[in-house]
Design a protein around this ligand. Structure first.
Ligand SMILES: Cc1cc2nc3c(=O)[nH]c(=O)nc-3n(C[C@H](O)[C@H](O)[C@H](O)COP(=O)(O)O)c2cc1C
Length: 393
């Protein structure tokens, strides 16, 4: 796709058209992907780091800014630096962030999470492996991780404990209470993290789930927990606000979860009030969703997960969000123009360029006079451009 000249007038690109779900209108199609920062206080409270991390994407023109995974139960924390939503004490710090996002004209989205078998690990830059006695000596002792199964699925990891049915019931209510708190903090959109080998995915995938009770076995058994989480969250999340569900659409492993499973589950989730399938992949046996690429020495391809968003959307008619190595405005616009997704999530490229959305608008010729920028920035940039720069001088 050739890039139009920045600022040139032409029809609004799809990336900058609004999108309405239930009672909420997304100002544009750009969603900042959930990205854990691992810097919360030990009690899971948000800090100024979280505030500035999310605030800058709203300043940078993203229509929707999603929080990192927020934990509905401290036992499900990934690391000691994770953000909590398991207690009412978490609401005030989150509301401060939500209010700022709203003041910039962006929607605020929250992600609810439980790490399941991957709970209790070091922060990424400290190795990302399970906590051990060295960590205990410096005040971060390991704890027992919970999963669908008693078997460790990631090589070299401690065995989790399979959740009992009473524990599942308690956790379903914790998801509901997390949704209630997200509503109280003022969030507009909620995303349930069911991907990347974490708790809900550990129930879904036949690679991981070897239960013999009602939560294992066939497709109906393995999807029961996911559907009950969606039901519990929907009971506590306002009817006029959209609910997203993030899935690893394929395990990318023999005998694993396949795109046909995702399509069938998407329909069942939609019947329970899920509005958007957030289409990721991988992670059931690996440390992260992308470790498999490093292990098998494959490079990441641009938009490598877009085919999943496309397949779910075409098969079900349910809106989808595409994520994964979407690098610039023209690439995002082509995904929307091809009818392959309804929303575009940007992760690492937003870490690199917090003004990603504003730069995408310029690349797509949809920012005449720097009008999309906050006036405190845009007025000056427009003035500089109007005067012109002598690059030879
Ligand atoms: C620093 C970082 C933290 C992440 N944390 C989360 C998270 O909290 N929840 C989640 O669902 N995915 C998480 N992811 C995955 C991203 O949401 C996204 O799916 C992934 O980075 C691929 O998109 P990208 O290529 O645009 O970065 C994280 C990724 C990064 C880079």
């Amino acid at each position: 796709m050739t890039e139009p000249a920045p600022g040139a007038a032409h029809a609004t690109p799809l990336l900058f058209t609004p999108f309405t779900l239930r009672g909420v209108t997304f100002p544009n199609r750009i969603v900042i992907a959930p990205m854990q920062m691992y810097v919360a206080k030990p009690d899971g409270l948000a800090t100024d780091w979280h505030f500035q991390h999310l605030a800058k994407y709203a300043i940078g023109g993203a229509g929707t800014v999603m929080t990192e995974a927020m934990f509905v139960d401290p036992v499900g924390r990934n690391t000691y630096g994770d953000l909590g939503i398991w207690s009412d004490a978490h609401v005030a710090g989150l509301r401060r962030i939500v209010d700022f996002l709203h003041a910039q004209g962006s929607l605020a989205a929250a992600q609810l999470h439980h790490s399941g078998p991957k709970s209790g690990r070091r922060r990424p830059w400290d190795g990302f492996h399970p906590l051990d006695e060295t960590d205990a000596a410096r005040g971060e002792p390991p704890w027992q991780a919970m999963s669908s199964t008693d078997h460790a699925t990631t090589t070299g990891w401690r065995a989790p404990r399979a959740m009992t049915i009473p524990e599942i019931r308690t956790l379903l209510e914790a998801y509901g209470q997390g949704a209630r708190r997200a509503a109280e903090a003022g969030f507009d959109v909620l995303d349930i993290h069911a991907a990347h080998g974490y708790l809900i995915h550990s129930f879904l995938s036949p690679i991981n789930n070897d239960r013999k009770d009602a939560y294992g076995g066939d497709f109906a058994g393995r999807t029961r927990f996911a559907l009950e989480v969606a039901e519990s969250v929907r009971r506590h999340w306002p009817a006029d606000k959209p609910l997203f569900f993030r899935l690893s659409c394929v395990d990318r492993l023999p005998g694993g979860w396949e795109i046909e499973d995702t399509i069938a589950l998407a329909r069942a989730l939609n019947e329970r009030g899920v509005d958007v399938i957030d289409c990721s992949s991988g992670g059931i046996r690996d440390m992260t969703s992308i470790t498999q690429f490093a292990r098998t020495r494959q490079k990441l391809k641009r938009g490598h997960q877009v085919p999943y968003a496309d397949a779910v959307r075409r098969a079900t008619g349910i809106p989808t969000m595409a994520v994964g190595v979407i690098l610039d405005g023209p690439q995002a616009e082509a995904i929307l123009a091809g009818g392959r997704a309804d929303l575009i999530a940007i992760g690492r490229e937003a870490l690199y360029d917090p003004h990603w959305a504003l730069h995408a608008a310029r690349a797509l010729g949809a920012d005449a006079g720097w009008s999309r920028w906050p006036p405190s920035y845009g007025w000056w940039l427009n003035q500089r451009e109007t005067i012109g720069i002598d690059y030879e001088g």
